[in-house]
Design a protein around this ligand. Structure first.
Ligand code: FA5
Ligand code: MG
Length: 373
C-alpha cells in the first residue's frame, strides 16, 4: 500500500468536500495495482499481451504500468477531444477529487503526454475508475491497457491504401492476432461505434456464457490529437482493452468481484503465473434477492443508487437491476430495483442480509431523497 501514500501526500484531499465524490471504498483501491502482480489473472494477462507485442513488433512498444491514476480533467477529457457536454464528464459518471482533478476513467488520459514526449509505440496499463451499474461484468474500478501506434507516411504510401484505411486495417489485424495469441479459436465480431478521439471507431466483442461481451474499444486516432502533439504528418491507431473482461473469458472467471478476492481458494489457482488455467469455482453460495420500490425524483440516477448500495454492501452485492418502472396519472415515477446479495467466499446469514437491506433502505431515503413505497 506504499503507493497510496505517495498519491496521498501529493494531493491534498478535503474531507466532505462537495466537489469530491470519491467514497472511501473506492479511494482504498488506489495503489493496490492488481495488474502488477505476476500471479494474479490481470498480471498474467498483461504479461501475455506484452509477449505478443514484444515478439510481433521486436520490442518496439514502450510499456508503462504505474502512471498515476489521479489526472487532470484536461488529461482525461480535453486532451482526447471529449466535448464539454459529454455525459462522461458528469459527476454521475466520473469520480472527481476536485473540479479540475479526476480518477482517470480510461487509460486514454495518457495518450497526449506520451505523444508529446516523442513516444510512437506504447502500451499503458492501469486501474481506471467509473461510477457505473452493478452486475457480474461491471465494477467501479477496473483495468485497461491502452495501445498506441504512430505511422510515418512511407508506411502507408507503400501500401497504396489511403492513410486511414491503412491504419484501420493494421489495427484490426493486430488485435485479431492478439485474440488468437490469447485464446486460440474464439468467436468474435467487430461492431462500429463512436469515440470522440478516434474515427472510424470499433468495438470487439467475444462470445462468452451465451452472450456477446464487449472487450475493447479502438480506432484510427483523430488527426487533431496528432496535430496538437507534434505529429501533424502522421496517422495512428489506438485501442483500450478491458483487462477484466478478457481475463474473465480467458480464465473462465464468472464474476468481476473475484479479481479483488484475497481468498486462497481464488489466489492459489493462479500461483503458476501462466495462461492455460481455468478457474474452478469453489462451491457456489446461494444468492439472496431483495426488492425495493420507491418514487424517484428529478435528480435520481441509477449510478447514485449503485454507489449507495456498494457503499453499504461492498463486494457482497452482485447485481442491482431495475425490474419495474411506471409513471402514474399524477406524473410520479416509481422504480422497483432487485438487489442480489451473494458472497463469493461464504454463505450469508438472513440476519446479515436483512441488516444490509435495512441500511440500504435508510440511505436511499436520506441520501437520494426518494420516497419508499
Ligand atoms: C474506452 O474507455 C476508450 N478509452 C477505449 C479506446 C481507447 C477507444 C483508444 C479508442 C481508442 P470504453 O468505455 O468502451 O472505451 O471502455 C473500454 C473497455 O473497458 C470496454 O470495452 C470494457 O471491456 C471495459 N469496461 C468498461 N466499463 C467497465 C466496467 N464498469 N467494468 C469492467 N470493465 C469495463
Ligand atoms: Mg464501450
Amino acid at each position: 500500500m506504499s503507493m497510496t501514500m505517495t498519491y496521498l501526500h501529493t494531493f491534498y484531499v478535503v474531507r466532505d468536500d462537495p466537489t469530491n465524490n470519491v467514497p472511501d471504498n473506492i479511494f482504498s483501491k488506489l495503489g493496490v495495482h492488481l495488474h502488477r502482480r505476476d500471479q494474479h489473472p490481470l498480471g498474467i494477462l498483461k504479461n501475455a499481451i506484452y509477449e505478443y507485442f514484444d515478439t510481433h513488433y521486436s520490442n518496439k512498444f514502450n510499456k508503462f504500468d504505474d502512471l498515476c491514476p489521479i489526472v487532470s480533467v484536461k488529461q482525461n477529457f480535453d486532451d482526447v477531444l471529449v466535448p464539454e457536454d459529454h455525459v462522461s464528464r458528469s459527476y454521475n459518471d466520473t469520480y472527481y477529487i476536485d473540479p479540475q482533478t479526476v480518477l482517470r476513467c480510461h487509460t486514454s488520459a495518457h495518450q497526449a503526454e506520451l505523444l508529446r514526449t516523442e513516444y510512437t509505440h506504447f502500451l499503458v496499463t492501469g486501474d481506471v475508475y467509473r461510477r457505473d451499474s452493478i452486475d457480474s461484468t461491471h465494477y467501479p474500478v477496473f483495468h485497461q491497457m491502452e495501445g498506441f501506434r504512430v505511422f510515418v507516411p512511407e508506411e502507408w504510401e507503400a501500401s497504396g491504401m489511403d492513410a486511414t484505411l491503412f491504419a484501420a486495417t493494421d489495427l484490426k489485424q493486430c488485435l485479431e492476432g492478439l485474440a488468437r495469441h490469447l485464446f486460440g479459436a474464439v468467436e468474435m465480431r467487430w461492431v462500429d461505434t463512436y469515440f470522440p478521439f478516434t474515427n472510424p471507431s470499433f468495438e470487439l466483442e467475444i462470445y462468452f456464457k451465451e452472450k456477446w461481451l464487449e472487450v475493447l474499444g479502438c480506432g484510427v486516432t483523430e488527426q487533431e490529437i496528432l496535430k496538437r502533439n507534434g505529429k501533424p504528418n502522421n496517422v495512428a491507431w489506438a485501442f483500450g482493452l478491458g483487462l477484466e473482461r478478457l481475463a474473465m473469458v480467458l480464465f473462465d472467471i464468472p464474476d468481476i468481484r473475484l479479481f479483488w478476492s484475497n481468498d486462497e481458494r481464488f489466489t492459489s489457482q493462479f500461483s503458476k503465473g501462466q495462461l492455460g488455467v481455468k478457474f474452478k469455482p469453489f462451491s457456489k453460495y446461494p444468492p439472496c434477492y431483495k426488492d425495493m420500490s420507491f418514487w424517484i425524483n428529478e435528480s435520481f440516477t441509477e449510478n447514485n443508487l449503485c454507489e449507495v448500495v456498494r457503499g453499504i454492501a461492498g463486494d457482497l452485492v452482485e447485481e442491482v437491476q431495475l425490474i419495474d418502472n411506471f409513471t402514474n396519472k399524477k406524473g410520479m415515477t416509481s422504480h422497483c430495483y432487485r438487489i442480489a446479495y451473494r458472497s463469493m467466499e461464504r454463505s450469508l446469514t438472513d440476519e446479515e442480509i436483512n441488516d444490509l437491506q435495512w441500511k440500504v433502505r435508510e440511505q436511499v431515503q436520506s441520501k437520494l431523497n426518494v420516497v419508499l413505497r
